[in-house]
Design a binder for this molecule. Structure first.
Ligand SMILES: [Zn+2]
Length: 80
């Protein structure tokens, strides 16, 4: 199981099996990524991405997630 970030919209994509020629689709924006020659190719634009660039670093990402929650001011959403 592998997690990458969609290069189009930033949504998290779960890859259950990573092997040569596999296609993964982003649930959010529908972009399709093809894994080939050790790279992800975004089929919409034929852009190539290194897997390392798309991999989400969960060990260091936790702080960012907390920061995002801190930024949400619920009064702004529900106060009026
Ligand atoms: Zn996407």
């Amino acid at each position: 199981m592998k997690f990458i970030v969609c290069p189009s919209c930033g949504e998290e994509i779960v890859i259950k099996d990573l092997y040569e020629g596999v296609e993964v689709q982003c649930d959010l924006c529908g972009s399709v990524l093809l894994y080939e020659d050790g790279k992800f190719i975004l089929l919409d634009t034929n852009e190539e991405f290194d897997p390392e660039d798309l991999e989400k670093d969960f060990s260091e990402g936790e702080e960012d997630i907390e920061d995002e929650f801190d930024d949400i001011d619920y009064d702004d959403f529900y106060g009026e």
